[in-house]
Design a protein around this ligand. Structure first.
Ligand code: GDP
Length: 314
């Protein structure tokens, strides 16, 4: 995975030194842990996560499971894999939470440029493929282009878009937006879209919300107001894996601001410093549900902590 390629190389180097040894001394283990720590920090994994991660690995690596292992170096790699899996969400796959009574409401939150609108299209496409009838909702009324952008995404995905102004259905058919609806109030758009979905039997509503360049209180309040108006089954926090050390601060702010239910890592196809994204689940305690790996509709996958850890250590 591009975002972790440098981290993967560095970790593999760290283990290479270890594998040339038979029995491991405390100094061998500490040397390896120093290399792991540097590799993680250089990949932008946050300091607090690196500290607790290397602490746990060290403790286990000095314990019996390694000293009594037939292949101690292999055992250390296994420990690192397990601890990395733990950071990424305890190895538990957390599927999307669907409502008992449709529509299921999914709200997207995150900074501007994080990849929310793109994700709305991918999610819609994925859900449609699985037999659902999704509806995208343009509740990002901050950027003049945001509604149009969602409409383009919806059209590409073949998923209708509910918009505050005359919406365009993906198949070029009847407009989806309520006639005469011109409000610029994103809370009203979100609320009305749910009524619309119920009437038209859309079973999943994906609400795209406004993002700003930085975390700001007005933005948070708007997201909270939308949340409180529609009671989403999922609030997905979308985070750009390339955001660097700001990831933790941003994730914490959104966690406090909207109490999101899950994380989507986006731009995992980007250049090789995606480690910040690795900190988010562990810092917020919220599960990662999906990964976005490109601009195309299909560049999207369900997130499995154990598989991701294995890919990083590959
Ligand atoms: P929003 O402001 O949060 O809605 O972000 P957008 O969905 O508009 O995405 C911002 C930019 O990032 C756009 O140019 C997208 O094409 C791009 N983008 C979104 N997701 C990904 C991804 O997973 N990989 C890559 N390479 N680009 C992405």
């Amino acid at each position: 995975m591009a975002a972790f390629s440098s981290l993967t190389d560095r970790l593999s180097n760290a283990f290479k030194h270890l594998k040339s040894k038979g029995k491991l001394s405390e100094a061998d283990i500490d040397g390896t842990i120093r290399e792991i720590r540097r590799a993680l920090l250089d990949a932008d994994v946050s300091l607090e996560v690196v500290r607790s991660f290397t602490g746990r690995v060290r403790e286990r690596a000095l314990g019996e499971e390694v000293s009594q292992a037939l292949n101690p170096a292999q055992q250390v790699v296994k420990i690192v894999n397990e601890e990395l899996t733990a950071i990424l969400g305890a190895g538990v796959d957390r599927p999307l939470n669907f409502a008992k009574n449709p529509p299921t409401i999914i709200m997207l939150a995150g900074l501007q440029g994080a990849g929310k609108t793109t994700l709305a299209g991918k999610l819609g496409y994925w859900l449609k493929d699985a037999g659902h009838t999704p509806l995208l909702v343009a509740a990002d009324l901050q950027r003049p282009n945001a509604v149009t952008q969602l409409q383009v995404v919806g059209e590409r995905a073949g998923v209708p878009v509910y918009a505050p102004e005359k919406g365009v259905q993906s198949d070029g058919g009847e407009a989806v937006a309520a006639p005469g609806q011109t409000t610029g109030d994103p809370v009203k758009v979100a609320r009305d879209s749910i009524e619309f979905a119920k009437r038209k039997l859309y079973d999943v509503v994906i609400i795209d919300t406004a993002g700003r360049l930085g975390v700001d209180e007005e933005l948070m309040k708007q997201a909270r107001d939308i949340r409180d108006a529609v009671h989403p089954n999922e609030i997905l926090f979308v985070i750009d894996a390339m955001i660097g050390q700001d990831a933790v601060k941003t994730a914490k702010a959104f966690d406090e601001g909207v109490d999101f239910t899950g994380v989507v890592l986006s731009k995992l196809d980007g250049d090789a410093r995606g480690g910040a994204a690795l900190s988010v689940a562990s810092v917020t305690g919220k599960p990662i549900l999906f990964a976005s790996t490109g601009e195309g509709l299909k560049d999207f996958e369900v997130f499995h902590p154990d598989r991701m850890a294995s890919r990083i250590l590959d």
